[in-house]
Design a protein around this ligand. Structure first.
Ligand code: NAP
Length: 329
């Protein structure tokens, strides 16, 4: 390939951040041992923050967006990654410090490339992408801290979004009773089909004021931060685990030490980008065991092209995402 298409995030002449399709040459790719013909990528909230300039995600501009990719290895200078093999990369600084997956070609360090799990193809791993990986890492970390279904229901915030949808399916498949917390009034049927047993509307929650409210949750996966995460710390049962993943509702956390010293609640930080390789492999194995075609279809909003991405980014920033978009290159 002498030239390839990429969605580049740039600072425009008026100072605004914008995303544009550009034609690049392979020698413009960053350094790395593995050259990949990217076939699929995905859309995460972080991608939308980066490409719209809503968040300062990229360490330099211009840069190719996309924190996830899947494709076929074209060239490799490392014997552990074989040309012709199918690989995936999530996080690792893709689309932040290193040109990302919104391009027909990518070059990455060999350690970033994982083989596709046995029963998932490139489309399927990108239907999951970083959002699915976040759900998987949350489950693993909570179980490492002793979480079991007997502990009580798992609250999932941002339920209709990427992390939320994948978490509902994953925790339900693992035997947990899942309660979906959403801002949308019309998504009940899909959330139930994903595995949610109860649905709570965000607008109808009584957050209370006390440092400890009645204990409801065995644990939680939280995409929201802010008021919702604060409330979760005050309503989680003794020894329950909360996986703190996101910030769509805010970055503040106004709680007290009471949930931690009186109930032994664990607030687990979920940071996917630099997750160690052995843990990444465990998470993907867990995801592959759970996500059959039916569950993948339920979390997937649809396929999009590079040209359609700006519209999709806007949807995510406006909190209107319903599941995951797969980018087909
Ligand atoms: N820590 C990590 O490594 C990691 C990895 C992946 C993602 N994240 C973070 O996780 C969050 C979710 O990512 P995503 O890709 O799933 O995004 P997404 O697909 O855009 O989903 C976000 C969902 O959050 C809900 N929401 C929107 N505004 C909200 C508000 N003000 N308060 C509470 N909920 C609100 C909406 O669902 P409902 O209408 O159903 O409530 C929305 O669909 C983001 O903050 C992202 O940066 C972190």
């Amino acid at each position: 390939m002498n030239e390839f298409r990429a969605l580049r995030v740039e600072q425009d002449a008026d100072g605004q951040i914008g995303a544009h399709i550009r034609h690049l040459k392979p020698d413009q790719l960053p350094a790395g041992e593995v050259l990949i013909r990217v076939s699929h990528s995905s859309v995460n909230y972080k991608d939308a923050l980066a490409a719209t300039g809503t968040g300062r995600i990229m360490h330099k501009l211009p840069m190719t967006g996309g924190i996830d990719l899947a494709g076929i290895v074209l060239e490799s200078d490392n014997p552990t990654v074989i040309p012709g093999s199918a690989v995936l990369v999530t996080g690792q600084g893709l689309g932040e410090r290193h040109d990302g997956g919104y391009a027909e070609l990518a070059r990455v360090p060999a350690d970033w490339a994982l083989p596709l799990p046995a029963n998932l193809d490139a489309h399927a791993v990108m239907a999951l992408g970083t959002a699915g990986f976040t759900a998987g890492l949350s489950l693993l970390r909570m179980e490492q801290m002793g979480q079991t279904p007997e502990h009580g229901p798992i609250a999932v915030t941002g339920a209709t979004g990427g992390v939320g949808s994948a978490s509902i399916a994953l925790f339900a498949a693992a035997g947990y009773e899942v309660h979906a917390i959403t801002g949308k009034t019309d998504e009940g049927p899909r959330l139930r089909e994903l595995g949610a047993q109860e649905i709570l509307l965000r607008s109808e929650i009584d957050f209370g004021r006390r440092p400890l409210e009645s204990a409801i949750w065995g644990g939680a996966v939280d995409s929201a931060g802010g008021e919702l995460l604060t409330w979760l710390t005050r309503t989680t049962k003794p020894w329950g685990n909360i996986a703190a993943c996101g910030l769509v509702g805010g970055t503040d956390l106004h709680t007290t030490v009471m949930p931690f010293i009186l109930r032994g609640v664990n607030l687990l930080g979920i940071a996917t980008p630099d997750c160690p390789r052995t843990l990444r492999e465990q998470v993907w194995a867990r995801l592959a065991a759970c996500f059959d075609d039916r569950r993948l279809a339920l979390i997937t909003a649809g396929d999009v092209t590079l040209d359609q991405l700006p519209t999709v980014f806007r949807q995510l920033i406006d909190g209107q995402a319903r599941g995951r978009y797969v980018v087909v290159l």
